[in-house]
Design a protein around this ligand. Structure first.
Ligand code: FAD
Length: 477
């Protein structure tokens, strides 16, 4: 038996990789990665610099790990839908195995490759803990309420037991000795950013170990604090599969048992499952709001406001810190993502899809299902989303989740000397406080681009009218 193991950028590891494990047990293995111009054409790669950097690091690590086990990663450039069937035929492979993708374009690719391979493509589950689309309500429908999905998930889940990496792999058959080199960032016109997390299985494993030994125990208390390293930072590993969801789940539950910390952490992994499952069942969500009432929402899409948000110059310190963190290191804390996304859609009336695309461009963990779910949740249009009338207040959110202002100070150095009392609302500071902090509002740091109360009222009125709801409930978070 000769099997092509087709790595596709979401499973860049050799441990707990069931297609690889099974292929190695069955006979000869050809590990393949295709540099598809869909992602790797320089004009496309430059659109996702941080993800591409992480992915290239991870590919090199995969190449190294496979070589260490006695085989080689065959890297080939070309369109997957053409290259994979052609190589399978040339190499006389008995089958091609890969992990399933949930995104509509990945499913279309797989449909075409499967048709060309005439039954020889075998897709494995494994990006998520349970295959997307398997949990159903009593009436047989996909879940639209997270708590119900989570209950069904826990009923269905058998505690995962990840498999170890193969100790050795069969040598690469001679027929497959035609590999292209893995490109560098420079080859693709990307300037390397050293603030982006290092990719690769070993780096991912080190992050998981550090989290389990450290922040995990207080995850339930500190996960919302933007100023602390209270979360796992495993999102890019889960996105690129340098760690599997099974490995993360198993490591955390083993270390923390039935604690509150483990319950709250695994609940976030269930949110991940929910967003993947939701996109599987509703592929149109990458284009359209989950709630039809949001169709045709009268967004304003003001370009000056958009630029202020993108560059971190809205005059709202937490919002600005998150925008600059995104550009600076390709990551944004979850609480800051929620505040910032809500602010763009609700305060600035910019179509959430514009923010979603911007996040996909710069987030290292940019994932179609999770990012779409996060944006639609924040805008109020999504599956089990934040109700439209809950408008995050960036000042009170800042005071609560960045109490000393360390997060703002790190990313908005203009405000570094502001006392904590005013750091989330510098316009409230008396003139002598501003002077002592070296801040001239409107010169060193912008005045707010919109007034919070007015912007909030404007959104609520517009949303109530468009969604044909009674006047908004006075609910502020
Ligand atoms: C507007 C917006 C956009 C987002 N875009 C993405 C994205 O593109 N990719 C992405 O992985 N996450 C996204 N999230 C979810 C969340 O912000 C990140 O997963 C989290 O901040 C990553 O940091 P961490 O690994 O330290 O998370 P932890 O708190 O340590 O959580 C562990 C893991 O659980 C998953 N997770 C955590 N929170 C969520 C959530 N709310 N929804 C789904 N899964 C979650 C992630 O895989 C994460 O790595 C988005 C959230 C919002 C509000």
């Amino acid at each position: 038996m000769r099997t092509v193991v087709w790595f596709r950028g979401k499973d860049l590891r050799i441990s707990d990789h069931l297609p690889l494990r099974d292929a190695a047990r069955a006979g000869e293995v050809i590990p393949l990665f295709v540099l598809d111009p869909y992602f790797f054409a320089p004009e496309r790669a430059r659109e996702l610099p941080h993800r591409m950097q992480f992915l290239l690091d991870s590919l090199r690590a995969l190449e190294h790990n496979l070589a260490h086990r006695g085989t080689r990663l065959v890297v080939v450039a070309g369109r997957s839908v053409e290259v994979v069937p052609a190589l399978a035929a040339r190499w006389k492979a008995d089958k091609v195995v890969a992990h399933r993708w949930v995104e509509p374009f990945g499913r279309e690719r797989d449909r075409r490759v499967a048709a060309a391979l005439d039954g020889k493509l075998e897709l494995y589950e494994g990006e998520t803990l349970l295959p997307p689309g398997t949990l159903r309500t009593g009436a047989g429908n996909p879940y639209a309420v997270f708590s119900q999905f989570a209950r069904a998930f826990h009923r269905a889940l058998t505690p995962p037991e990840p498999s170890a990496a193969p100790k050795s792999l069969p040598p690469l058959p001679r027929v497959a000795f035609d590999a292209a080199p893995i490109p560098t960032c420079e080859d693709l016109g990307i300037t390397r950013n050293d603030a982006v997390l290092e990719g690769g299985e070993r780096a991912g494993r080190a992050r998981l170990d550090a989290f389990v030994r450290g922040a995990a125990a207080r995850y339930h208390e500190l996960r919302d604090r933007m100023d602390l390293a209270g979360t796992s930072r495993l999102s890019a590993d889960l996105k690129f599969g340098t760690l599997s969801a099974r490995q993360v789940w198993a490591a955390v539950t083993k270390a923390l048992g039935a604690s509150e910390a483990a319950r709250v952490f695994t609940n976030e992994l269930v949110w991940r499952e929910f967003s993947h499952s939701t996109l599987w069942d509703r592929p149109e969500l990458l284009e359209r709001p989950f709630r039809p009432a949001f169709e045709g929402f009268p967004w304003e899409d003001d370009d000056a406001l958009w630029r202020a948000w993108v560059t971190g110059h809205t005059g709202y310190p937490v919002v600005d810190a998150s925008a600059r963190q995104l550009l600076g290191e390709g990551f944004v804390h979850n609480r800051a993502r929620m505040i910032s996304a809500s602010f763009l859609a609700k305060h600035l009336l910019v179509d959430y899809r514009r923010g979603e695309a911007h996040y996909m461009k710069y987030l290292t963990d940019g994932d179609w299902a999770q990012n779409n779910a996060g944006w639609q949740w924040s805008a109020g249009s999504g599956c089990d989303a934040q109700p439209y009338f809950r408008v995050f207040n960036p000042m009170t959110q800042g005071e609560k989740f960045d109490p000393d202002g360390a997060y703002v100070r790190r990313w908005v150095p203009e405000l570094a000397k502001m006392p904590a009392k005013y750091i989330h609302a510098p316009w409230d500071a008396p003139a002598d406080v501003l002077r002592a902090a070296g801040v001239r509002l409107g010169a060193d740091y912008p005045r707010p681009v919109v007034d919070h109360k007015e912007a909030r009222a404007r959104f609520l009125e517009r949303a109530a009218k468009h969604l044909k709801r009674p006047a908004a409930a006075p609910d502020e978070t």
